[in-house]
Write a protein that binds this ligand. Structure first.
Ligand code: CA
Length: 364
């Protein structure tokens, strides 16, 4: 039963049901239920940042309410307790019990983790969730993090991002050459091979870097988050689509010992709250992006443009090479990547005749 509880929200709920039916197996759960827990959750985001930072706050509030305060979680913005990109290590070591971050920030230490956030030209958010919750993805995710004493839970997704803000027009491949752009993960490697210089910066440092000219371009998320950083005041051209992050999933990570210390009902609440936050964040981004895009569209100082077809075609070819090499060089990436692309092939065939076909019909 223990193993099944780790598999996900639904499985965790099943575990609790089984326990209720078999009280003899439940040990001292009655005694455990009186115990209270105070956890810290470190994040990679500016405190209470729209979407990304609201997600862990929502998680903490829901868990506290659903457990009548038996599990209280204090959320810290990136840099408040640990730097934004050290969430993985801090939770792995047990410095704190919980973190909220994006798996591709662990690139270098754990390259295969990138499949659980976003792959350039890869899965959309609904395809990724299909894979994680029902297609075997979450089991691979848990297996990958096990040696680091971490239990991961998908928790939120930004949806399809924007291609980013540029201080010059991108009319051809040549315009990418020499371009210094904030773009993390595999997308950054794709840009490098296209002749650009990728830079990884935490969100909070992007505006100043773009405004001062330290970088020529940046991707961040989409209208909702980009407008809240004021990126439209630092660059003129706003390109789409976000080929580099077509539906990046975010994660809650829990230290293994902390997880094991929770009674099964609190584990179930955490697991279910993570799924609830995923659903809530999708709604928040759907609404926030629509509102912010409407405002940006009225701003005469910026232009919203689609990347030229030949630029996207080249980036797609390079992205394929980059991911193929990653899988050739790293056994864990090969195993997870094979599962990812097998699922993408099936999901994509379905998306083509549903979302894509429908939106083409409605919006042209
Ligand atoms: Ca991004």
């Amino acid at each position: 039963m223990k193993r099944r509880e780790f598999v996900g929200g639904l499985a965790a709920a099943v575990g609790v049901t089984a326990c209720a039916q078999e009280p003899a197996d439940c040990g001292d759960s009655a005694a455990a239920s009186a115990e209270t827990f105070e956890w810290s959750c470190v994040t990679s985001w500016p405190p209470k940042f729209p979407g990304l930072g609201i997600g862990p706050e929502n998680l903490a509030q829901r868990v506290e309410a659903a457990t009548a305060g038996r599990l209280r979680i204090k959320v810290y913005g990136g840099g408040e307790l640990v730097p934004p990109f050290e969430v993985f290590d801090a939770v792995s070591r047990g410095t704190v019990e919980m973190g909220h971050s994006a798996a591709y920030y662990h690139k270098g230490k754990l390259d295969a983790a990138q499949f659980f956030t976003a792959i350039p030209f890869g899965m959309t958010s609904s395809e990724l969730e299909g894979w994680l919750y029902y297609g075997g993805g979450l089991e691979l995710y848990r297996e990958l993090y096990e040696p680091f004493d971490l239990v991961p839970f998908p928790t939120g997704n930004t949806g399809v991002q924007m291609g980013g803000w540029f201080n010059k027009e991108i009319n051809s491949i040549d315009d990418l050459k020499g371009l210094k752009m904030r773009i993390p993960g595999l997308g950054g490697e794709v840009l490098r091979r296209a002749g650009g210089t990728p830079v990884t910066l935490p969100g909070a440092e992007i505006f100043t870097a773009l405004q001062t000219g330290a970088i020529d371009a940046t991707e961040w998320v989409g209208p909702y988050n980009d407008a809240s950083f004021g990126l439209h005041k630092a660059a003129k051209y706003y390109y789409y689509p976000g080929w580099q992050e077509p539906g990046p999933g975010l994660e809650t990570i829990v230290n293994r010992a902390a997880w094991d210390s929770l009674p099964p009902d609190l584990q179930a609440v955490v697991s279910l709250a993570c799924q609830a936050v995923t659903s809530d964040m999708a709604a928040e981004y759907s609404n926030g992006n629509a509102e912010s895009l409407a405002q940006l569209a009225r701003d005469d100082s910026i232009e919203i443009r689609e990347f030229p077809d030949d630029v996207l075609a080249l980036l797609r070819t390079i992205a394929h090479e980059v991911v193929t090499e990653l899988m050739a060089d790293d056994a864990r990436s090969a195993k997870i990547g094979e599962a990812y692309f097998a699922y993408l092939e099936k999901a994509s065939a379905n998306s083509k005749i549903t979302e894509l076909a429908y939106l083409k019909t409605r919006d042209t």
